[in-house]
Structures are given as structure tokens and as C-alpha cells.
Design a protein around this ligand. Structure first.
Ligand code: ASP
Length: 376
């Protein structure tokens, strides 16, 4: 009896009356079939690899920020710097995983912002700055560049992830913006995570409020155009500012923008900044650009910052970089304000201008290489 190939040995369907001659033929055919299958497999693998190597991966871009301010290397400890860098990398990782799998820009910006909201280092969600009354009042907004749909909430004190409630306002309500208790009631009905206000407390921000109260009591400055008195911006604005944001272009060519903040330390009387205001701190339009801003909100509102850049591109036929630079590096400081923004245009070009000392920022594109920056 000849030794049979393993393929034949395991073939229980073979008739038991087979003669030795037939056995040889069957063994040959089985061997031929086995090696033919192997060859087919190798060839199809080869063609798949060659084809996917030839097809360039579709374009996607994610840009994030964790706030602009007086961020000096000399004032940073290596541990603190690592904390910021790790958090920015984590936010990029989370959002880009969605984009890489062909997910939407909207899902990506929401996911990235949630990571930064949950991190106490940033002025959004947990770690938000305190109002003059010692509360944490949160603002957020999100915009879909494909449909120009938008959602925003402002002045909320119990919503763990304001950006997700802003998205719920956009998708599950007929409104664009909700404030205070109404927004909180809506969030509860939508099954959003509700926290006791004490969840948002951090010692650093509490100390920041005490410093800001002292600073704000000492001096006022005068607005260069309106000659109105304004709250002084202290030397080290890092403890006063913050805000997180994300903008993305997905593989389907859709843009989205998201911004979330605790606002400005020592804010009074239900003050609301630019972050939840569509067109000021957040804007996205598939025809032009997606933008998320950070900085002195009153000036971003007055300059209608994000929408103005979009209009400069749409109607003024300007490119992203000169348009963003004109607004952030010239018009914003000329009025007496400061800050920065992140932007990605419909072709995937990025801009991250700021006229402060630094801005926590980062980006990732198809291919997956993450870039994180803090200083000038
Ligand atoms: N723009 C925010 C606000 O004015 C603050 C910030 O970005 O730091 O509320």
C-alpha cells in the first residue's frame, strides 16, 4: 500500500473498494488540487497586495487644539508637558481611527473633543475654569460642513460631555442652541451622562480663580476702538484661558468642526464666549473650511471669526492660510484681542495660526503620522 497524502488520508468520503491503481490516480489528482489551490491563493494574495499598494489611501485630516495662551517652555515642567502631549496624542488617535476606517468627520471631531473634555488638564468638561461665583459653566458647539447643520449648548453645569449634547441638539432637536437648565433637561432626556457639579472641580482651576480675582480687581484696560473698559488680561493667561477643539476632513470629502470650553476664568453674569457661537468660535462648510477657535472670546464674536474666514475663501477667493493669518495675526490683535485657531479646508490644507505665546495643537493625516506641538 502506497503512503497517501494527508489530504487523501483525511478524505473520509473515499469509497473503500478503490483499487491500488485508482489510488495512484486519486492521490495525484488530490496532490495536484492541493498545490493548485496553494498557487491560486499565492497569486490572489500577490494581486491584492499589488493592487492595494497601487491605490493611494483616500485623504483624511484631523486637527485638534487644547487652547491658546501664555504657554512658555520656561514655565513648563517635563511631567506637565508629557501630560499635555499624551492627551493630545490620545485625542488624535481616537479621532483618526474613525477617519481611517472611513467614518465621518463629525464622529471624529466629537470623539477627539470628548477625550480632551475628560482630561482635567484642559479647560473643557472636567478641568473647566471657574466663574466669579465659583461655578463651572460649560459651552460647546459642533457643525456639519455637509449640511450646515449645527448644535450648541451654553452655561451648563452638570453635563459630562457638552460636545455630545451639542451634537444631540443638532441631530435630535429642531433648535441650534440651548442654554442652562433647559439644555440640561434636554441632555437628561437624551440619555447623556449627567454629573454632580463637583465632578468638574480641580484645585489648579480653583487657584486660578483666586489669582484672576486679584488681577481683575487691580487693573482695567481700554478697548482700542470702542474706548470701553475691559477686564485686564493678566500676564499669565494660561490659567485664565483654555478651550479644546477639533476639525476634520473625512474620506468622503466632508468637513466638521467642534469646540468645547469652560470659558474664561472669573467670568460674570452668565457670560458666554465665542465657543458655542456658530460662525464665531466654530464653523464648517464643505465648500470652504472647518474651523475651531480659542482665545479671548469677546473679540472672536465681534470679528465673527470663523465665518469671516470661510467668506474670505468663498467670496474673496482667498486661500486658507492668508485668510486665517489676516484674521488671527492682524485683525484680532489690532482690536486688542488674542488667541488662535485650527482649520482644515476642503482640499485638506491645514492652518493653525495663533498670536499668543503658544497653543496646544496637533494633527494627523492619512498614513497615521501624528504631530503634536505646543510652543511657537
Ligand atoms: N474662547 C473661549 C471663551 O472666550 C476661551 C478660550 O478659548 O480660551 O470662552
Amino acid at each position: 500500500m502506497k503512503r497517501l497524502s494527508s489530504a487523501v488520508e483525511t478524505d473520509l468520503s473515499k469509497p473503500s473498494s478503490t483499487t491500488e491503481g485508482n489510488y495512484d490516480l486519486i492521490t495525484f489528482l488530490e496532490r495536484y488540487r492541493t498545490s493548485f489551490n496553494g498557487l491560486t491563493l499565492i497569486f490572489s494574495l500577490f494581486f491584492t497586495i499589488t493592487l492595494s499598494a497601487q491605490q493611494p489611501q483616500k485623504k483624511y485630516v484631523l486637527v485638534i487644539h487644547g487652547g491658546a495662551g501664555t504657554i512658555l517652555k520656561s514655565q513648563m515642567t517635563p511631567e506637565k508637558e508629557k501630560g499635555y502631549t499624551d492627551a493630545l496624542n490620545e485625542a488624535l488617535e481616537k479621532g483618526s481611527a474613525i477617519l481611517n476606517q472611513g467614518g465621518s468627520a463629525l464622529d471624529a471631531v466629537e470623539a477627539s473633543v470628548r477625550i480632551l473634555e475628560d482630561n482635567p488638564l484642559f479647560n473643557a468638561g472636567k478641568g473647566a475654569v471657574f466663574t466669579n461665583e465659583g461655578k463651572n459653566e460649560l459651552d460647546a458647539s459642533i457643525m456639519n460642513g455637509k449640511t450646515l447643520a449645527a448644535g450648541a449648548i451654553a452655561g451648563v453645569t452638570t453635563i459630562k460631555n457638552p460636545i455630545s449634547t451639542a451634537r444631540a441638539v443638532m441631530e435630535k432637536s429642531p433648535h441650534v442652541m440651548m442654554t442652562g437648565r433647559g439644555a440640561e433637561q434636554f441632555a437628561k432626556e437624551q440619555g447623556q451622562e449627567i454629573m454632580d457639579p463637583s465632578y468638574f472641580y480641580t484645585e489648579d482651576r480653583w487657584k486660578g480663580l483666586q489669582r484672576a480675582k486679584q488681577d481683575d480687581a487691580e487693573t482695567i484696560i481700554v478697548d482700542s476702538i470702542t474706548k470701553q473698559s475691559l477686564l485686564k488680561q493678566p500676564e499669565n493667561k494660561d490659567y485664565k484661558y483654555g478651550t479644546v477643539g477639533a476639525v476634520a476632513l473625512d474620506q468622503h470629502g466632508n468637513l466638521a468642526a467642534a469646540t468645547s470650553t469652560g470659558g474664561m476664568t472669573n467670568k460674570k453674569f452668565g457670560r458666554i464666549g465665542d465657543s458655542p457661537i456658530i460662525g464665531a468660535g466654530t464653523y464648517a462648510n464643505n465648500k470652504t473650511v472647518a474651523i475651531s477657535g480659542t482665545g479671548w472670546g469677546e473679540y472672536f464674536i465681534r470679528l465673527v471669526m470663523a465665518k469671516t474666514i470661510s467668506d474670505m475663501m468663498e467670496f474673496g477667493k482667498m486661500k486658507l492660510k492668508p485668510a486665517a493669518d489676516e484674521m488671527i495675526m492682524k485683525r484680532l490683535p489690532a482690536l486688542g484681542g488674542d488667541g488662535g485657531l485650527i482649520a482644515v479646508d476642503k482640499d485638506g490644507n491645514i492652518a493653525m495660526p495663533f498670536c499668543t505665546e503658544g497653543m496646544y495643537r496637533g494633527y494627523v493625516k492619512e498614513g497615521g503620522k501624528k504631530v503634536v506641538l505646543i510652543y511657537k
